[in-house]
Design a binder for this molecule. Structure first.
Ligand code: S3P
Length: 173
């Protein structure tokens, strides 16, 4: 089985994915890290020097490669992965894949992302808290149509990492 974690930037996909992999004795991969290793470059530099279209192309290629070649895996996607290159329908067609959307509110996401936005090319240009919050509200509205295609949707607001992991285990088994 491959458990694929989906969610907006700052929804805790990587932290929760690592913890879940530990609990379930499965392997863990973060798609952004797979892309960085493959391209020998950071996500920021790929966006800056090659552009977003190049990034989205590599993202969908490497998503397919990982899914086709691996098993017994927790895979956390980038926040945009489900929204491009038919990636959600690709995932839905693979029997060994379980998709799970880690859903957080606009308030939770904007608070978490405010101090981390420099590392994220999609939001690094936003300066004030209000600007960030408004951007996330619009962006989530567009992206939710893709995220909600996940087989399970888990509201993670007010849950600790440990509680979220427990909830996922209950949901899956
Ligand atoms: C992106 C999210 C990032 C990364 C890239 C684009 C997005 O991943 O893939 O910066 O479009 O939402 P995280 O969700 O892991 O930050």
């Amino acid at each position: 089985m491959i458990i694929v974690l989906i969610g907006y930037m700052g929804s805790g996909k990587s932290t929760i994915g690592k913890g879940l992999a530990n609990v379930l004795s499965m392997n863990f991969l973060d798609l952004d890290s797979v892309i960085e290793a493959h391209e020998k470059s950071t996500i920021n530099d790929i966006f800056e020097y090659r552009g977003e279209i190049y990034f989205r192309k590599k993202e969908s290629e490497l998503l397919r490669k990982v899914i086709n070649e691996q098993d017994n895996l927790i895979l956390s996607l980038g926040g945009g992965t489900p929204c491009y290159s038919q990636n959600m329908s690709f995932l839905s067609d693979i029997e060994k894949v379980r998709t799970l959307y880690l859903k957080s509110s606009i308030n939770t996401l904007s608070e978490r992302l405010y101090n981390e936005k420099e590392h994220r090319p999609i939001i690094s240009h936003l300066t004030t808290r209000d600007e960030l919050k408004e951007f996330i509200a619009k962006h989530l509205f567009e992206r939710n149509a893709y995220y909600e295609q996940a087989q399970s949707v888990l509201n993670t607001d007010n849950l600790t990492i440990q509680e979220t992991i427990e909830k996922i285990v209950l949901e899956l088994f």
